[in-house]
Design a protein around this ligand. Structure first.
Ligand SMILES: NC(=O)c1ccc[n+]([C@@H]2O[C@H](COP(=O)([O-])OP(=O)(O)OC[C@H]3O[C@@H](n4cnc5c(N)ncnc54)[C@H](OP(=O)(O)O)[C@@H]3O)[C@@H](O)[C@H]2O)c1
Length: 317
């Protein structure tokens, strides 16, 4: 499979990343209700089978459970897996030592000595300055426990600041992980997208299927409503679904030409923007296989343009 370099000289990874927020998470996703450990194990195996080896997690996902699952599953395969995880700059973490300690704990759960990418989960660091935080991350690159440094949910300006601090240490900022999908296009209008390109920072697009909406499987009917936090999200209500109906219908008609699903077309559109790796969240092997079908083919420029045009109302939402 083709690979993409993270940032200027980071690790080479697959063009689609598997998102594991739902792996063990009861708070938002209701883990244990419609899916459990067996489905996750099968999803992990299915990803490796189709050649996707790049996984995104975070210490907070399932309060450590997501990292633990990955650690367990990786023990059962000789295949090389690439892990991106995240540090949460919580209020009581105010020293460089807290970065090192959190990384030690993540590595323990993952049963690894080194990961490909360590990201700061959000830009509010409370009493820990960006200077101290970025230097602590640069120290870990030097120590060899992380191959590359990333941030998440950083604005264009915050990304520039992080990039500058790291540059003094000779460490490139490899990624900014932000929400990006056909229904969440803010990064095109708030400066993040062009700034990332200028700085040589790769965009990791989270919630690329708008948490399932872009699959077209949600109809607004109570019977097919998602469980967990999405059940009270107005985007999944009848009104919400009606608003996105023209987008789903275009995804369907374009998909028919290629025998592809709306999800595959939506992920392909993100990849077509360039410098973007979608992180598709999955719970089952079936979802992994379907999302992998977003790779290996290309929408035409006209189709990319049609989808851009129909989702302009979502540029600033
Ligand atoms: N850095 C951050 O702050 C941040 C924030 C959010 C997410 N993330 C990362 O990004 C990843 C993905 O985001 P996300 O999980 O919020 O949203 P997403 O990828 O847009 O949607 C994932 C959900 O859509 C459904 N789905 C996925 N593929 C499908 C398919 N082929 N067919 C039918 N349904 C499918 C599944 O839910 P159902 O089957 O239940 O519908 C799945 O849990 C996360 O796992 C996490 O790694 C990061």
């Amino acid at each position: 499979m083709e690979t993409i370099t993270l940032g200027q000289n980071g690790p080479a990874v697959t063009p689609l990343c598997i998102g594991t927020w739902a792996w063990g998470d009861k708070l938002f996703w209701n883990y244990g209700d419609r899916y459990g450990a067996a489905e996750l194990q099968a999803a992990f195996t299915a990803a490796l089978d189709v050649g996707i080896t790049f996984f995104d997690t975070a210490e907070v996902y399932g309060i450590g459970k997501s990292e633990e699952f990955l650690g367990q599953f990786m023990q059962q395969t000789p295949q090389k897996v690439q892990i991106a995880t995240k540090f949460g700059p919580l209020p009581w973490r105010f020293s460089a030592q807290s970065v090192s300690d959190a990384l030690t704990d993540s590595l323990k759960r993952l049963q690894l000595e080194r990961i490909e990418l360590y990201q700061v989960h959000w830009p509010f660091a409370f009493f820990l300055s960006q200077e101290a935080l970025m230097n602590a991350l640069a120290d870990e690159v030097q120590r060899g426990r992380i191959a590359a440094v990333g941030v998440s949910n950083y604005s264009a300006e915050q990304m520039r600041e992080a990039h500058q601090i790291l540059a003094k240490r000779g460490v490139p900022l490899a990624v900014n992980q932000v929400r990006y999908s056909l229904l969440n296009r803010q990064i095109e209008s708030n400066g993040i997208f062009p700034t990332a390109r200028d700085l040589g920072v790769t965009i990791l697009a989270y919630s690329p299927l708008a948490q399932g909406l872009l699959t077209g499987k949600y109809t607004g009917d109570k019977a097919t409503n998602p469980s967990g936090a999405r059940s009270i999200d107005s985007r999944f209500s009848q009104d919400g679904i009606q608003k996105i109906a023209p987008v789903i219908s275009l995804l369907q008609s374009i998909g028919e030409k290629y025998s592809r699903t709306p999800a595959q077309v939506a992920l392909n559109w993100l990849i077509a923007q360039g410098n973007v790796i979608p992180i598709a969240g999955v719970k089952t092997a079936e979802q992994v296989k379907q999302n992998a079908g977003a790779l290996g083919w290309k929408l035409t420029d006209d189709e990319v343009g049609e989808l851009e045009k129909i989702t302009r109302p979502w540029l600033n939402l």
